[in-house]
Write a protein that binds this ligand. Structure first.
Ligand code: IMP
Length: 196
């Protein structure tokens, strides 16, 4: 079974990705002893995914995947985008984030999409290569929080062609359409062909 490091400290993301890639032995940062706080100084999802993957790959040398994700809302010019996690200030507080977004969108377009960019770094025959995988799910921001599953902004995101929020869906239903699910489908196909 292929082993790879998922460069995250987010237990929800780890759980989701393990379910999405059942044939891969996915280890997290704790299990490789990586304790450094990597600063996301990039100006795009791609840059931040690369910064996280590169820091961990340089530490352990194992095939490493990192992903950066966020929510982009039409009514506020694509915000919070790469600042989604810390939108309501630090330390990260999902309720405060959602409350701030619900206020900001009052009287504005509620169209929004989630985006994930995953970056995979591996050493192939002495050469370091990085490959990117992208996933998006479009939908809208609800008027109020609904549901208790998932994490982050799940209680206020309704994917298109649905009436329930991500937080009202079963994990596997969210995974079948989510930004992360779509990026991991592409990534899963790619690593299968590598036959590590
Ligand atoms: P990152 O950890 O820097 O990629 O920050 C991503 C942030 O976007 C998270 O902290 C969540 O607030 C939000 N986010 C990303 N993916 C999801 C999701 O699947 N559901 C809800 N919120 C998400």
């Amino acid at each position: 079974m292929m082993k790879l490091v998922f460069a995250t400290t987010n237990a929800h993301k780890l759980h989701e990705v393990r379910v999405m890639l059942p044939d891969v032995d996915i280890v997290d940062l704790n299990s490789i002893g990586f304790t450094e706080e990597v600063e996301e100084t990039g100006t795009s999802f791609e840059e931040n995914a690369y910064i996280k993957a590169k820091a961990v790959f340089d530490f352990c040398g194992l095939p490493t995947m990192a992903e950066d994700s966020g929510l982009c809302c039409e009514g506020i010019g694509g915000d919070p985008g790469i600042y989604t996690a810390r939108y309501g200030g630090l330390p990260v507080d999902h309720d405060r984030n959602m409350d701030k977004l619900l206020s900001a969108l009052e009287g504005r377009s509620r169209k929004a999409f989630f985006r994930t960019v995953a970056c995979f770094i591996i050493n192939e025959e002495g050469e370091e290569t990085s490959t990117f995988f992208d996933g998006e799910i479009h939908g809208e921001i609800s008027q109020e929080k609904r549901g208790a599953n998932g994490f982050g902004y799940d209680p206020i995101f309704i994917p298109e062609q649905h009436t329930t929020t991500f937080a009202e869906m079963l994990d596997e239903v969210k995974a079948s359409m989510s930004h992360r699910g779509r990026a991991m489908l592409l990534f899963g196909g790619y690593i299968q062909r590598l036959k590590l």
